[in-house]
Design a protein around this ligand. Structure first.
Ligand code: IMP
Ligand code: MG
Length: 179
């Protein structure tokens, strides 16, 4: 028996390892088609996207580059405020790059909105957004997301990179989290 089975906070599995695997490969195939002949730069938003971006990058049959940014949003553990601080900036210059921002989850879109405005000011050739999860329901800021893995109900989830207080990122599936 694994620690997962006896963890009282883990609720129903929202997405199994197989479902995620299949969908990530579909996203990779779509990006491969859409960016044919180009070499996109994947920008992973740390830390949540670290699992997704490794699987996604290997599902794209193009010569991609990978870079990371770490941001911290002021606010409580489960709500974002939209005020974002850059903790780790990119190493790569974005001028003339085909950028794909890779996120774990978009809820209000506030974090992403800030990031995208910041990245656009660096004059990339193009900028697209790819998120594994998008929470359904009221979106505070209308943000156009180009690639969405799954739309999920607005409950708190963990696993496959997503955490609560830095835990559960290594779950191979995505599970509801009960306080
Ligand atoms: P937004 O700015 O409201 O879109 O919030 C996005 C960020 O909040 C994500 O990058 C996550 O770090 C965090 N977040 C939102 N919902 C969840 C969740 O259900 N589980 C874990 N983290 C979440
Ligand atoms: Mg987080």
């Amino acid at each position: 028996m694994s620690w997962i089975d006896s963890d009282e906070h883990l609720g129903d599995i929202v997405l199994t390892e197989e479902q995620i695997h299949e969908r990530v490969h579909e996203l990779g195939a779509q990006i491969t088609k859409d960016y044919a002949g180009r070499s996109p730069l994947l920008i992973g938003v740390l830390k949540g996207a670290f699992v997704f971006i490794t699987d996604l990058a290997r599902s794209i049959d193009l010569p991609v580059s990978v870079d990371f940014m770490a941001v911290s949003s002021y606010g409580s553990a489960t709500k974002t405020s939209g005020v974002v601080r850059i903790i780790k900036d990119l190493d790569i210059d974005l001028t003339d790059q085909d950028v794909i921002v890779v996120e774990d989850i978009v809820e209000s879109g506030l974090t992403l909105n800030y990031l995208v405005r910041n990245l656009r000011s660096r004059k990339p050739q193009s900028l697209a957004i790819c998120t594994l999860l998008r929470k359904e329901g009221e979106q505070h800021s209308a943000i156009q997301v180009d690639y969405v893995g799954f739309a999920i109900p607005p409950t708190f989830v963990v696993g496959y990179g997503l955490d609560t207080a830095e835990r559960y990122r290594n779950l191979p599936f995505i599970s509801n989290y009960r306080v």
